[in-house]
Each structure stands twice: as structure tokens, then as C-alpha cells.
Design a binder for this molecule. Sequence first.
Ligand SMILES: Cc1cc2nc3c(=O)[nH]c(=O)nc-3n(C[C@H](O)[C@H](O)[C@H](O)COP(=O)(O)O)c2cc1C
Length: 182
Amino acid sequence: MGTLQDCLHARRSVRNFQDRPVPRDTLQGLAADAVLAPSGSNIQPWEFILVDDPELVGSIVTYSPGIVHAPPCLAVICSDQERALRKGGRLGKEQLALMDISMAAENLMLSAVDRGLGSCAVKSFPPQVIQKLLGLPENIWPELIVTLGYPVSARLRVPPKRPAGEMIHFNGWGEEDCAGLL
Ligand SMILES: Cc1cc2nc3c(=O)[nH]c(=O)nc-3n(C[C@H](O)[C@H](O)[C@H](O)COP(=O)(O)O)c2cc1C
């Protein structure tokens, strides 16, 4: 794809995928890029369940209102709640783990763009059901699903975005902003 800037600008939530499998080494590469993310107290609480079995993908989609069209594969990004508590205490379990998962997920999605793949973060799913479907131990909690596949359409509409300048403040609230930006 090109530079990080190219990937940042090209990433869109993709919800329609070609019926084309994604090679397993590509999926593994995505997860390997995800774990390069920073981690609070370096707990690294993340676990990645890569799902490319069509029947299992279908079952997950059936129970997940946030996924409308079945992707060829998906990553269920989980936190190890026991590890987060043991290494980071209450803060680790209640806050850092979810922050870490989010950072890893963005890495994964940018890496997907770089590899010509589309993705969509999905939070609308029943974690307990997904836990059962995947045979996860009690401490491995599904935090976020990222659907993955080759996009049907190469150009997707950019959803409404607040102008960056509106949200940027130098040296405190109400001080200099960047209204001219974007
Ligand atoms: C935490 C989180 C949860 C999301 N959950 C869903 C979801 O359940 N279903 C869905 O279709 N999109 C979901 N999205 C995608 C957002 O709708 C999307 O990122 C947003 O509309 C902006 O579009 P963009 O990603 O193309 O910039 C989620 C995104 C995030 C960050």
C-alpha cells in the first residue's frame, strides 16, 4: 500500500467482502503486527483467535448483530483477565487491558490495509456466546471482533468526520486551536 500516512487515510470500515479466502500466513502476519502495539505496564494481555472456518464464522455472525454480511475470516481479540489482574492489579484488569486491545486492533487494521485487506471493528456481539463457540477458558474475554477480507469495492464513502482542527487544542481548553486544519 505504501506509507503509514497512505494506510491511515485509506482505512475504512469494510462490511462487504469478496468470497475469497485470506491466506493463513497473512492472518498470522496481521496478529504479529498487532502485538507490536504499546501495552500499559507491558502486560500484553491480548490473545488473538483467528477464525477462518466458514461454519464457525457463520455461527459467530449469526449471534453478532454488529456483523451484517459474513466475512471470509475474522479475528476475535481477547483479553486475558487473569494475566491483566496478576500483572497490573485492578487498573490493569479494568482499564489497561481494554486500552491495549484497542491499540493492538488499530495496528491490525492498518496492517490489513497495507496488505490489501479490508476490516471492520465490531463490538456488537455477545461475549459469553463467542467464548462458548470458541471454547475459550473463563479468563479469556472477547473484547473486540475485527472482520477481515478482500473488499468488494475499492472505493468506499468516507463517513462524516469532524474536522480535525475542531478537536485540537494547544495548551488547554479554549486556547489556540487549529481551525484552519482540514
Ligand atoms: C469500538 C468500535 C466498535 C464498532 N462496532 C461496530 C459494529 O458493531 N458494527 C459495525 O458495522 N461497525 C462497527 N464499528 C465501525 C464504526 O461504525 C466505524 O469505525 C465508524 O462509522 C467510522 O467509519 P470508518 O471506520 O470508515 O472511519 C465499530 C468501531 C469501533 C471503533
